[in-house]
Design a binder for this molecule. Sequence first.
Ligand code: SF4
Length: 914
Amino acid sequence: MNPAFYLSVAQEILAEHAPPNLRGVTILLPNYHAAQPLAQALIAQAARPALLLPEMLTLSDWAGRIALPIDSDTQRIALLYQTLRDNGWFADAELWSLSRELLALIDELTEHHVALPLTHEEFSARLVEAYAARSGVSLQFEARVVHELWYAMAGDSKTDSVRVRQQRLVQIAEQISQPLYVLQTSAPSAPEAAFLQRCAERVVVTVFDLRVMVREQADQALIVSALQRGSDATDLRADALTLQRQPVARLSGALSLYGAHGLEQEARAAEVQIRRWLLEGKQSIAVVVQDRLAARRVRALLERAQVQVQDESGWTFATLSVSTVLMAWLEALQNDFYYQDVLDLLKSPFLFADAASPQPTPPQAGEGADESLREPQINVRKQVAYLFEQMVRKQGVVSTLDAYLATSTDAELSRALARLRQAAAVLPKGRVTLSFWLVALRNSLEILGVLNAWADDAAGQQLLQLLGQWREELQDDKTRCSFAEWKRWLSQQLDLNTFRDMSVESPVRFTHLAATRWRRFDAVLLLGCDAKHLPAPSNSLWFNDAVRAALGLPLSRVKQDEVRDDLLALLALNDEVLVTWQAHQNGESNMLSSHFEMLRALHVLAYGDDLAAKELAELIASAVVRNADFALPDATTMPRPVLPCNLLPQRISPSGYNSLVACPYQFYARHALRLNDLDEVREDIDKRDYGTWVHAALQRFHEQYPLLLNEDAATLAPALQHISEQVFAEALAHDYLAVAWLTRWVQMIPAYLDWQLAREQHGWRYSAAEVPFETTVLDDLVLRGRIDRVDSDADGAECVLDYKTQSANVLKAKLREPGEDVQLACYAAVRDAAVTAFVSLEGKVTDVAPPSMAGVAEGGEVTTLGRLNLERLREVYTQMRAGTALPAHGAESACSYCEMRGLCRQGSWENGHE
Ligand code: SF4
């Protein structure tokens, strides 16, 4: 802690104003956090038992004491939007974000060119003057639009926020009667400078500029030198030599830098350091967030370690779960209730909460009400979500409420879907005003039972309040918007407004750089200080420095200087600072912020210390400090889970058995955990559907024509084609791609008939298709499935056939190793078949020549293979029951078609395959 700055402020004030009464003094603070240390310094310096402290306040609070009506920015943005849209300006731009930027620029123009006019007439005169100064100048399109809109809007309104603030400052400056002291860290804005100048005409104004005070301190020499340089690396050695003569400026122990290998490590390092500080008894720890993503992760880690975080910056509503239900609802409406959007909506705990039970304790703000407290309703909603998911997966309906309602066979699901339809019906269909949309939105959310859940949540309450506030503010606005325009507006509003959870008090505070002005903490962690985040890039999408220069506005450089000044103040006031950044991202090196890069270079040259946080790095490397609750599964090794006996499937199909042989982990995930039940909904026809339809067509064909040799050969192809068209008919009605699959099959028909006739000439006769089987392998294990086709010969011998829409080469490869593919062996075992074969039904759709059509007989003794195959299944099951692990094999042949790749993390194992 460096109290010297506060003490010198206190000394100067006390030198002018004799204690014990300082009520005749006003002190302007950058924030209220500075009040307490300043008061302590005044009390210490006054050395009196009692002291009447001066009035200490911020400029915005001071101005806010003067009540004046004010136009909301929401209304002004809507007006700008309408103007841009009606004039067709920036046709390809996202007009809401453009309007928001435009408004900020317009306000800046007023602040810089018409600062603090006394009267409305004076304002108008200055406005005309400033407008005229640029009217003759040739301006680029963007600058011209801003200039004209600014003149029009500033001239029209007497109560916009900037004008009102200026009027308030003028009134304060006219009435001020006691000395004013100002604490600042960087140059004041144009209106603030004008305000202080006005005040100085009536009273003594003293400014304590921390930049000036820091420069006078010898122990701050290195910080000052490094930050003033910017990226100028010339004559570093000369500066270093000077610093060597000032060892007091050395920062070892006070400032350290930690470069992480990616986001997770940075977050882990931050969490560890914060917990170490807490263990040391530090009461005030600031985490200055430069990278919001890293902050989210650190917060999650801290909360997992039961360390609460007090968030001064807050989170935008767009990132909170209370808004997720809102946006999911609007997404569903916009996309005609596409199933993914409906699922997202149904998964929100804020939906259908209107009949909630009384809740004994308040839920965590922003995280939704405690589900367990609304058990009956939650279960209904979860049940509905489950039923809906099952329905879309099984029935393949993927959009429109009408289609879902027509398909649903469950009363609860139908009721929920009907409720969505009722809520959708209250929203207008055409273009209406923003306030009308907001009224309709409230009504629809009421039907959905969302308002009740929001009422039980701190963030929900604030969001509800905001929606009401926007509705009021836009009451007189006439901008008519379509649903899509309004939705974009709403999502921007959620992005612009933040929620701060005031219920949490903690020594760990997340904050931002500007909020640290004149503040001291026991320790500071600057998070995410790479070159991309410090200084933060300009968030202006539409108006660059060229436009700003043309309009006579300060360039982005000024903002960057402000960041540098804030950094200087933070480093000067605080004695223990850790700076973290991701030195590597996605395997690429990532630069440290130039401010700290310069500081490090100078420190190395002057004192031979690169300020690396070595102790922390060692701790992280050896994971000495570790939350006992927090142990991530090691993603870098091959998983080998052991299956609890109660999860062992009691029925297995040949494809499940194949999975067990190809990759035990795949079997574990697909068939034991049943994760394959949640296969993706297939929205388009694919090869699996094709195979199903071909099987069905062949089954019908052979039932009508069991022996082709008895038929007129010329009629067979048209007959099979006709049957195939009937089978494909339903798909043809829904999906144009079905035509291509049908064409592909029709081209195969002659080859198939040739193959079938050849089989018959060899004595094989079609016997049955889709033959179910079930055989007991162990007391608690049944092997069951369905055989595509069974043929028989005159002696009663059976041939089991399996149709495949794969090429003969692929099938041969499958059968190359006896026992590798278990399907045919299983069939042979259960039917006691003499012959088994795959039938390749593969050919190129575009290929004119008839594709190959071969029955690929399996090698080896079929019956023996079948028997061995069942024995192996028994043995493996016995082993699994005894706790044998199920490793992920990672063989490319299995992995390339495996949907469990994300789960087993194949590809990220460090030790390769076992
Ligand atoms: S991706 Fe490969 S290793 Fe992973 S479960 Fe599937 S088959 Fe096994």
